[in-house]
Design a binder for this molecule. Structure first.
Ligand SMILES: [Fe+2]
Length: 318
């Protein structure tokens, strides 16, 4: 399903989305980068605009996530919404440790696809040798004090803050923060979460994030996020390049060799006979549907967000 443009004028963002810096060109992908951006000027992120988007959003393309039964239990749960309008969902998030991820919004709404394309074009102009193509774009609406646990992502990630404030902790993409095997397993079972130890914080870059700021960090760098005491609206963009895709193929092939055949391999060539051999191995695994089944199992829904008898919001187990 595609949501057609409602005529909202986002051409107000003239020229560039980011106020690029020479430092960003130099350090992109090598260190955490903070840039100013102008996404809020699109008008796409007000309560009203977001409510309209949620009302029309295809159910299969969003994730509703809770940190527990309205704050009582500290664990991630995936749920769905029952009978609430977009405005009501935003109100529930404003008061609770919930977040809504409008996944793949660039696939659903052409206004976001246009923003994503503009950003990738800027990136191509500003970072020498970078030929990025779209992975996914998402809009995250998250409640006060919500935390995103320690995890790592496979594509090149940026986090754009639109409303509210949060702190992002970024850790180096190397052991002990993330091992080769842990990175491989993300490609294998789709579970990005990693084991976190408090001592890791000594190696973290602590990056407060305010509206109008965007962060980018090193490929596969583990990170965690803590919201301030208010609702947050953020955008995530994930881009791929041919080398990133090939690295992910190698990570998956190495995970298959280890899990299925008991073979430990850490080589990750992105060309040549070993690359093509491993690329074939992981392609066969994906084609057999094994990858999809493993990923589906790790994303099962366990609650419904709706109204209780007194008209308040309620989370019910399923
Ligand atoms: Fe992430």
């Amino acid at each position: 399903m595609t949501i057609h443009s409602s005529g909202k004028d986002f051409s107000a963002v003239h020229g560039r989305l980011t106020d690029w810096t020479p430092q960003a060109s130099r350090d992109w992908g090598r260190a955490p980068i903070r840039l100013q951006h102008r996404l809020a000027e699109t008008g796409l992120f007000t309560d009203e605009a977001l409510a309209e988007i949620i009302d029309r959003y295809p159910v299969e393309s969003y994730s509703l996530i809770s940190m527990g039964a309205f704050g009582s239990e500290r664990r991630w749960r995936i749920g769905r919404v029952d009978g609430l309008s977009g405005r009501e969902i935003i109100d529930a998030i404003r008061e609770n440790q919930l977040w809504l991820n409008l996944r793949s919004i660039d696939q659903v709404d052409p206004r976001f696809a246009s923003l994503f394309a503009t950003f990738l074009k800027e990136l191509g102009e500003d970072v020498g040798g970078l030929d990025a193509f779209p992975g996914k774009m998402g809009v995250l609406i998250s409640g006060p004090r919500t935390k995103v646990d320690y995890h790592a992502d496979l594509p090149g990630q940026s986090l754009w803050q639109i409303r509210g404030e949060k702190t992002v902790y970024v850790y180096p993409p190397e052991a002990p923060y993330i091992s080769d095997e842990q990175l491989q397993d993300i490609t294998y079972d789709g579970v990005e979460k990693l084991d976190y130890e408090k001592a890791f914080d000594e190696g973290a870059a602590v990056l407060p994030l305010k509206p109008g700021e965007m962060l980018h960090w090193q490929l596969n760098a583990p990170h965690r996020v803590e919201n301030g005491d208010m609702m947050n609206v953020s955008v995530t963009t994930e881009y791929l390049t041919t080398p990133i895709k090939r690295l992910n193929h190698m990570n998956l092939a190495n995970a298959i060799l280890r899990h299925r055949f008991g073979i430990t391999s850490r080589t990750r060539p992105t060309s040549g006979p070993v690359y093509f051999g491993k690329a074939l191995l992981q392609a066969g695994f994906a084609k057999a549907g094994l990858l999809e089944r493993r990923v589906a199992r790790s994303h099962a829904q366990s609650f419904v967000l709706g109204r209780n008898a007194r008209g308040g919001f309620a989370m019910t187990d399923i």
